[in-house]
Design a protein around this ligand. Structure first.
Ligand SMILES: N[C@@H](CCC(=O)N[C@@H](CS)C(=O)NCC(=O)O)C(=O)O
Length: 249
């Protein structure tokens, strides 16, 4: 019997791109260690694990470093083909890749920008979200730094009223598109769950935070988060997103 690989995921616990990798690891039945980093203080670690990596998710697989959620998921699917996340037929595979590229490049950033714009109105709550899975003095100091960090993050990610309005429109259209495309079979490509569905479900996770999400959101009430979740309730793609979580996570 081959030895299990030694896998460490360097992650942000709350992040929708990181959830793609966690879901893929669980789907493949692969055990891994999770190293939750603090946003803004992560790149020294990611860059050490995979040369030049500035973002999470970054994975160490038996000492080999890989960064970028889709590159990681593709790598895992090649090394551990069962159960598959990619179809074998080339046309279907190409279709899946097109969905993943659109979701990664357009939908994920829009969801994040729109959410952060609202979340940054409640610095106490945002600080707790950003330190999900972390405790101790470093997390405490980090939360106290939020009033200084947030303006920097807003500037770096170009988050303002206008960009947030555009992002919300992008998200609304994306949900409509996902709804339409999944009407026939319940899935985006063919009639089985693929990485296209996994990517859509993860990148839309922050719109619904379905019950199947495996990390704990901060328990304190947040009017900002409630308002955000209410905004997307009943949107066309909600049943599709929720069904992917309920059936496959
Ligand atoms: N396209 C990348 C996006 C990853 C990404 O945006 N990661 C964010 C967390 S959600 C990050 O690490 N941000 C910190 C930074 O950019 O310095 C992927 O699919 O992995």
């Amino acid at each position: 019997m081959p030895e299990s690989p030694d896998i460490v995921l360097h992650q942000f616990a709350f992040s929708h791109y990181n959830e793609k990798v966690r879901w893929a690891l669980d789907w493949k039945g692969l055990a891994s260690t999770r190293n939750s980093l603090l946003p803004g203080f992560h790149s020294r670690t990611t860059g050490r694990v995979a040369q030049g990596a500035t973002q999470t998710p970054t994975l160490s697989y038996d000492g080999e470093g890989i960064t970028g959620s889709s590159d990681i998921v593709r790598f895992l699917d090649e090394r551990h083909p069962e159960p598959p996340l990619y179809p074998t037929a080339p046309e279907q595979r190409a279709e899946v890749e097109q969905w993943v590229t659109w979701l990664d490049d357009e939908v994920g950033p829009a969801v994040r920008l729109a959410l952060f714009h609202e979340l940054f109105e409640d610095l106490d709550y945002a600080g707790k979200v950003f330190t999900t899975d972390r405790s101790g003095w470093k997390a405490g100091v980090y939360r106290k730094m939020m009033p200084r960090l947030v303006p920097m993050l807003r500037q770096r990610m170009s988050i303002d009223d206008a960009t947030a309005a555009d992002a919300r429109e992008t998200v609304g259209h994306a949900l409509e598109r996902l709804d339409k495309a999944s009407q026939a079979t319940g899935y985006l490509v063919g009639d089985t769950f693929t990485v296209a569905d996994l990517t859509a479900a993860c990148l839309c996770m922050p719109l619904y935070f379905p019950d199947e999400v495996k990390f704990e959101m901060p328990k304190q009430p947040s009017a900002v988060l409630d308002g955000w979740l209410a905004r997307w309730r009943g949107a066309p793609g909600e049943p599709y997103v929720r069904s992917m979580w309920a059936r496959h996570r």
